[in-house]
Design a protein around this ligand. Sequence first.
Ligand code: AMP
Length: 229
Amino acid sequence: MDLHEREGGAVPALNVVMLGPPGAGKGTQAERLAERRCLPRISTGDILREAVQAGSPLGSIAQKAMDAGRLVSDDVMIGIVRERLEREDARRGFILDGFPRTVDQATALDRMMDGRGALLVLDVVVPEDVLARRLATRRICGRCGANAAVHWTTACEKCGGSLVARVDAGAEIVRERLKVYLRQSKPLVDYYSARPTFRAIDGNQRADVVTAAVDAAISEAAAGGGVRL
Ligand code: AMP
């Protein structure tokens, strides 16, 4: 019997959504938070890139969307996330990175949260010119598809594969991705911002300073109840 069962299911879960445009550093923050709290980090971008590497039918849908800087359809994405959140390791909480990207995905997520506790929404905010610069120099591992951290030089620290430019790092695609973000995903901030569990985080600072701000936001939200520390 685990703590959750002993307390009759009373321990609130830490369910986090990391919002923010591509290049805001939310992936790094999501990974750090997941590690510290022993929760799964669920990155829909990583799930899609793995599908591309595996050459699965989902991979070919994802490849077309990514090559064009477009989003994969809501139906496909909602199905992927619903299935993932039903797994055992997500029962005590999760860190969602890259989902929801649209208001339709957000309303579907609210339905999935029924009976699972509060959703803490962290919006990582970075000015557009900084984002464009960061995105143009982004790399991934050519073998396992992991996003390269800034301090990785030539090899992937997860599997040792060599780093390559991301297919969506070209100037044109970068502009398109930011445009798609502004058009489709900014309404998410309007959707969530009135909630007591919404926090904006300044992402234009050193990564460890952002990490401290993320922790402070969680403590603050926990003080309001419903969120596990
Ligand atoms: P990311 O690594 O999160 O920037 O995602 C890379 C690409 O995967 C995006 O540009 C989209 O084409 C696709 N993608 C990832 N997550 C989603 C989502 N929630 N909805 C639609 N498309 C997504």
